[in-house]
Structure formats: structure tokens, C-alpha cells
Design a protein around this ligand. Sequence first.
Ligand code: 2HG
Ligand code: ZN
Length: 460
Amino acid sequence: MTDPRLAELARLLPDLKLSTEPGDLEHHGRDWTRRWTPAPLAIAYPATVAEVQGIVRWANGQGVGLVPSGGRTGLSGGAVAAHGELVVTLDRMNRVLDFDPIDRTLTVQPGIALEAVHNAAREHSLIYPVDFAARGSCQIGGNIATNAGGIRVIRYGNTRQWVAGLKVVTGTGELLDLNRGLVKNASGYDFRHLVIGSEGTLGIVVEATLSLTSPPPPSQVMLLAIPAMDALMKVFAEARHSLSLGAFEFFTDRALHHVVAHGARRPFEEDHPFYVVAEFDVPDAAAEAAALAFFEFCLGEGWVVDGVISSSEAQAASLWRLREGITESLAPHKPYKNDVSVRISAVPAFMADMQTLLAAEYPDVDVVWFGHIGDGNLHINVLKPEGLDNAVFVAQCEHVTSLLVDTLHRHGGSISAEHGIGLVKKPWLGSVRSEAEIALMRGIKAVWDPNGIMNPGKLL
Ligand code: 2HG
Ligand code: ZN
């Protein structure tokens, strides 16, 4: 370690694994945004809470920024290290520490992958219900830092609902043990919820106690072809009324086009403007009959023109693939991503305004809509036209985002539903949070992280 600051860190923490290998700097310095060139000082791989505390104290002394790093599947630049920061990867802190059958909690280290949490819960015949396509590579620490949502929010809520306790190292190196798994704890400010969604700007999550729940009854997946935008929310209202919904996701014909071009099987012979993937409980024959009746009712109303209901787990998985494979299928087109939300009741009016805006602003550009429409959360991916310089493309899209912000404002929505603010959405934080709120956020940040070493430049 030729850098004297790193030599000092190695002296203070002789067992700490550090790397300045170019491949490691590149790999750990970026997330899925690919917009910034990674340029971290080094990568630290702590194996213990004490090492995390030591790193934070060293960073305060040296004035080095720290970027906490999970699976780096983020889409807002929250885990990017492009300015000589030390990346603190939690990869080595990836174990299950405890399971409590009475509390029905699983205590884990932050670097464990979401999928490994799912598997650990299942070993005890329980589930951890937060789920999304990046499950194999994202880590629970990152899920907590961004209050990750995903495909089952409609039934189970966001990550926040499932965190019963957190251990956190603050920006001064203090170790906090927050809430300790208590169901009831009316003792003042709940710092656990402050840390959830704070995007690594207040401290580093070093342990989490997660609530688990009973598995749902057997389910089926339905893929519906929808002829018009105004039918989408009618189908949703009817589905919520007559089915026990576990997921309700939508995508457009352009999304299907890309996911099929990427290897998925085309579900219908004809193209349709919109599709819905709905998952619902089928505990008995009556529920199965109710699902068919729902489908036929929607057909009769003209809200749905075609559909498939899964008859096996393999078929359910292949229908889910049509939705879950979208992000990966778009990645080669360097998409500019919007992740917006409005109240569920505002979705129809908002979508109509959005469609007008996007058609006017992107007349010749491939714009792909999909997302968690049952939560009021839409992902709008604008694909970069071939040959267009990326910086020019981003600048054009950011101009449209500023217009989009006005539309969102009119409908009371948010510029970031679930991906976080990070670097990507920073210019528009003020469109969702008032000046007074942002001033309070800065004040809180200054208390938790007085030297500004925690994920500098992100969120605020
Ligand atoms: C999803 O819902 C993720 O699949 C990614 O939030 C969304 O790629 C996107 O824009
Ligand atoms: Zn999403």
C-alpha cells in the first residue's frame, strides 16, 4: 500500500483485507448505472463489526469518504465510488447469525444475498417476503439502505416492514443496537427507520434482525393481454376485489418485444398494447373457480382480450420471466431510467398525462414502460438511440425529467419510488421533499456524520 493513508489503515487494522487491484477497483466502484467511471482509493473487506468501526474512525481522522457496498445492483448511483473514496464492501460479512422460532426472526450479516435470506427462511418453513429480480446478487444491507420494494409490495410492503432490529455503525464509529427485535417499543425516535432508506449516508448496517412470516397458500400466475391503458386499473380494481393478490405487475408491448428478443418465449400470437402478470392464492377449488370467473368477467367487459393461467410451477416461472427479465433485456440499450410513483388512485390520470408528455418529447425513441402498477410505481426506461453520444442522451433525458417532475408534482407523486436518490435523482430531490424537510435531513446527517465521510455526495 503505497498511499500513506492506506498504510496507516493497514497498521491500525492488520487483519483487514484491502485491495488496490485495478479489477477490484472497477468492480466495486460502480453499480448498475454504468454512468460514472469508478475511481476509488481502495477496497476494504471487513470481516467483523470492530473492523467496520476501525475503518470509520480511520476515515474520520484522514478525511476519506466511505462508500458502503453491497451487491451494487442499485440503479441510482448510490454505491458508486468515483472520487477517491474507500469502498467498504460487506461481501465477507455474509452469514446467518441466528434464527428464533418464537420471535420468527432471522438475524443476518449485511452482506448476505437476498436469495440466501429466502433460502434460510424456507429451511424453517417460513418466508422472508421481500422479493425482486436482483435477488441472487443484491445484499440485505443494500436492501435496507434503500428500503427496497419489488414485486410483492402490494401484499407485504417494503423492506421497512420486515426489519425488527438493526446494528449500525454511525459516521463517528459508534455502534448502535436499534430496537433489538421488539414488537412494541414506544421509547422515542425510532432510529431504525431513519437508517432504513438512508442510502449509506448516516452509517453502515452491520447486522439485521428480519421478521419472517408463514408461507402463503399455493398460487397461480395469470398473464393478461390488455387492449388499452384505461382498462389496466379497471382490471386491477376487479382483481383486488375478487382474488387474493400477491403481485400485480404490468408491462407494455415494447417491454415484451425486448424480453422476447432476449430469449423469453412469446406468450400470445398477436401483439397487444399492455400486459399484466398477476399472482394470486389458490387454496382450493373455489378460489380457482373465482380466478376463472374474474378472467371471464374482464373478457366480457372488453378490458382483457387474451390470457393464460399457469398450470404448473414451470409455467408460472416462465410467465414471471416475461416481467422479471425486462431490466436485463434492456441493459444493452443503455437505458435512462425513471422510477416514479403516484397514489394508486392517481395512476390513470397520471399515466394519461405521462403518455402525452413522452410521445411529444421522445417521438422517435424507444420508451419502455413497466412496473408495479398495483403500488402506483412505474418504471419508464428510455433506450439510447444507436450512435447517439451517451452524455448527450443523458442531458436530453434529464431535460425531459424536469418536465416529468412537473407532471408528477401535479399528481402528488415522487421522482423516486424505490430505486433511491443516489446521484441520479439528486437534482430533483427538491421536487418531492420540502425545503424544511431537506434542511432537517442535512441537520440529521450532520449529527450522525459530522465530518461528512459517509457516502459523500449521495442523496443530499
Ligand atoms: C424492477 O421492477 C426493478 O424490475 C428495475 O425495479 C426497474 O430496470 C428498471 O427500471
Ligand atoms: Zn421495480
